[in-house]
Design a protein around this ligand. Structure first.
Ligand SMILES: Cc1cc2nc3c(=O)[nH]c(=O)nc-3n(C[C@H](O)[C@H](O)[C@H](O)COP(=O)(O)OP(=O)(O)OC[C@H]3O[C@@H](n4cnc5c(N)ncnc54)[C@H](O)[C@@H]3O)c2cc1C
Length: 374
């Protein structure tokens, strides 16, 4: 039986960042990816925003890793010449929402986002003439990054330090035997000292196939689809524009991709619990990513709150992604869950559950946090 030091399940942006970190620390790493290419899951179905770290409860993993990850990500993007831009961002509010905006501002400051300013509607309008709001938070350190550029760079670094990528290699199950994890992959057996479950949407299903992991350590997962609407033509905004957040998401906001194309979203649509069979065969393919043209009128209505000049019929259906969530409809947002042996009691096993946004921004900090468990 082949034996390796570390097996990372999942070649999304987080699995790749972990693989890079561990390979650079001198570990022998194999990355297992069930699909035929890296990053075809949530990592290629997101907004590509480098978040500042404003929204998350102070002291949470999300807050800490987002702020640390943002600093690391800008430095890495510069060092590796990755396509990215500090676009800046405005979070806009009408007068009745001013209390919630003030709360966000205080949370952001407490999280260590020290460059935020509260500005008047007039000031916001002088920065973005098409904008309509009574007041806003200006975040200069929010930006965007080309996620595929990033993933290729992470993989390149990991491989330069000896890591191997195995595509079309779906992890099936593992048992603890002879002081190591014996894993089954496409009918073949591979043993490893450390097994890292970074399977994104499939993380709970994968954990359920790891022998001896107590069911109390496998959280219930919820899935919320987020669809985007594309703006036809040029964006009149040069910064990212966000309303105050809504339950389950950040509200219908405007982001720009690295080519300058504007899109609105993602909205929040809770999905049915996947079937046992879907969990078995993998969730990337289980979900319907089509964006229905019927949803465009809701986008138009929401966007007109802060961009009354949005031309009629200017939106077309875009793409969508699915958030792996640890809290359901109506519940407060859950934190990222990183479980090592001190949590679940199984040696050499690390699980990552619920890495929705800001997982992309946080990826390098998450890699470090995983290394610290070793
Ligand atoms: C709509 C949306 C917008 C978002 N916007 C942002 C944003 O602007 N900024 C931000 O910071 N974050 C954002 N996020 C969050 C970010 O995209 C995720 O946190 C991040 O991509 C998660 O990466 P991952 O590696 O954990 O998961 P994934 O990218 O899903 O990777 C998991 C991988 O595991 C593989 N896999 C699964 N099961 C197996 C198996 N059994 N064997 C082998 N491989 C397996 C899958 O094929 C997949 O490639 C957004 C998320 C969504 C849904």
């Amino acid at each position: 039986m082949d034996r390796v030091d570390v097996l990372v399940i999942g070649a999304g942006v987080i699995g790749l960042a972990i693989a890079r970190e561990l390979a650079q620390a001198g570990r022998e790493v194999v990355i297992l990816e069930g699909q035929s290419a890296i990053g075809t899951g949530t990592s290629s179905r997101n907004s590509g925003v480098i978040h500042a770290g404003i929204y998350y409860p102070t002291g949470s993993n999300k807050a800490r890793w987002c702020v640390e990850g943002r600093h690391l990500l800008y430095a890495y993007a510069k060092q590796r010449n990755l396509t990215h831009r500090r676009t800046e961002k405005l979070i806009v509010a009408a007068a009745p929402e001013s209390g919630r905006l003030e709360q966000l501002f205080q949370t952001g400051r407490a999280n260590g986002v020290d460059d935020l300013t509260m500005i008047s509607g007039e000031k916001a309008q002088s920065m973005e003439p098409q904008l309509h709001c009574d007041l806003a938070i200006h975040s200069p350190s929010t930006g965007i990054i080309d996620v595929h550029d990033l993933m290729l760079a992470l993989l390149g670094d990991a491989q330069a330090h000896g890591a191997t990528l195995a595509l079309q290699s779906r992890f099936d199950c593992s048992v603890w035997a002879n002081g190591r994890w014996e894993c089954e992959i496409l009918g073949q057996k591979v043993a490893c000292d450390w097994l890292i479950n970074a399977a994104g949407l499939d993380a709970a299903a994968v954990a359920g196939r790891i022998e001896g992991l107590g069911v109390q350590h496998i959280p219930k997962m919820f899935f919320a689809k987020g669809s985007y609407a594309r703006l036809q033509g040029r964006s009149p905004f040069s910064r990212l524009i966000y309303p105050v957040p809504v339950p389950g998401g950040l509200g219908t906001h405007l982001t720009l991709d690295c080519g300058g194309q504007a899109q609105f979203g993602p909205n929040v649509r809770w999905l049915d619990t996947p079937s046992v069979q879907q969990m078995k065969t993998g969730l990337i393919e289980a979900f319907d990513y089509a964006v229905n043209a019927d949803e465009l009128k809701d986008f138009e209505r929401d966007v007109r709150h802060w961009w009354p000049g949005l031309p009629k019929g200017a939106l077309t259906p875009g793409y969508s992604g699915v958030r792996p969530k640890l809290s359901g409809p109506g519940e407060p947002a859950a934190d990222f869950m990183l479980q090592g042996p001190s949590v679940h009691g199984r040696p050499g096993l690390i699980n990552l559950f619920g890495f929705e946004s800001p997982g992309l921004t946080s990826c390098l900090a998450i890699g470090r946090a995983v290394r610290e468990i070793f």
